[in-house]
Design a protein around this ligand. Structure first.
Ligand code: PNS
Length: 200
C-alpha cells in the first residue's frame, strides 16, 4: 500500500494551539508528517529556529508519525528532498484563502507532483495567529488557552528579557547616567533603528 508523507511548512513564531490542532488532524490522515520550520534570515523573529524546534518537539512528542525539521529556500525543493507527496496548510477563514490559493497554485506550477492539502483547524482557533499571540503578549494580555503552557512560559520569558533590555536602555539615557552608559544606550538605539529600517 502507498504511504503518504506530508510536510507542514510555516514560521511557527511561536507555535500556537491552532498549529497543534492542525498537526493532530494531519497526523491522522498522513502516514508521516514533517513540521518544517522556515529558516528565513530576512525576518526578525521572536524565537530562534532552534527554540521553535524545541517547542514543537515538546508539543508533538505524543504523535509517533510527526517529526520536526527546518529548511530554507523553496518549500517545493524541500518537499522533493524529503520525498513528500503532500503539503499541508491550514485555512482558518475566507481571508486566508486568497493567499493560500496563490501559494498552492505557484507551488503546483513549480512542482506539479506535490499536492497541497488544506485543512481547517477547530472553529475555536479560527481567529488565532502567531502574530496576534506576539502582540497580545507584548502588550501585557493573557495568552493562556492560545498556546500550550510551555510556549506561553517561553513567550513570557522572551518579553520579560526584551522589556528589561528596553528599561536598561532608557535608564541609561537619563541625566544621572554616566557617559559610558549613555554611549551604550545610543549604540542600542542605533542598532534598533537599523533593524527597523531593514524590516521596513
Ligand atoms: O506560517 P507562514 O509564515 O504563513 O508560512 C509561510 C511559508 C513558510 C509556508 C511560505 O512563506 C513558504 O513556503 N516560504 C518558503 C519560500 C517559498 O517556497 N516561496 C514560494 C511560495 S509559493
Amino acid at each position: 500500500m502507498k504511504r503518504v508523507k506530508a510536510i507542514y511548512p510555516g514560521s511557527f513564531d511561536p507555535p500556537t494551539n491552532g498549529h497543534l490542532d492542525l498537526i493532530e488532524r494531519g497526523s491522522k490522515i498522513f502516514d508521516e508528517l514533517i513540521v518544517a520550520i522556515l529558516r528565513n534570515p530576512e525576518k526578525d523573529p521572536l524565537f530562534t529556529v532552534g527554540e521553535r524546534r524545541q517547542m514543537l518537539e515538546a508539543m508533538t512528542a505524543e504523535f509517533d508519525n510527526v517529526s520536526i525539521d527546518t529548511f530554507h529556500g523553496l518549500t517545493v525543493d524541500y518537499a522533493l528532498r524529503v520525498g513528500a507527496q503532500a503539503l499541508l496548510r491550514g485555512i482558518r477563514a475566507i481571508s486566508d484563502y486568497e493567499y493560500e490559493l496563490q501559494m498552492a497554485l505557484m507551488n503546483r506550477k513549480l512542482q506539479p507532483g506535490l499536492e497541497t492539502v488544506f485543512m481547517m483547524p477547530a472553529e475555536k482557533y479560527s481567529y488565532l495567529s502567531s502574530r496576534l499571540v506576539r502582540e497580545v503578549a507584548q502588550l501585557g494580555g493573557s495568552i493562556n488557552c492560545l498556546v500550550p503552557e510551555l510556549v506561553a512560559q517561553k513567550v513570557r520569558e522572551k518579553i520579560e528579557i526584551a522589556n528589561k533590555f528596553d528599561d536598561a536602555a532608557s535608564g541609561a539615557r537619563s541625566p544621572e547616567a554616566s557617559e559610558a552608559e549613555r554611549a551604550n544606550a545610543d549604540r542600542t538605539a542605533e542598532r534598533k533603528t537599523r533593524v527597523r529600517k531593514k524590516k521596513a
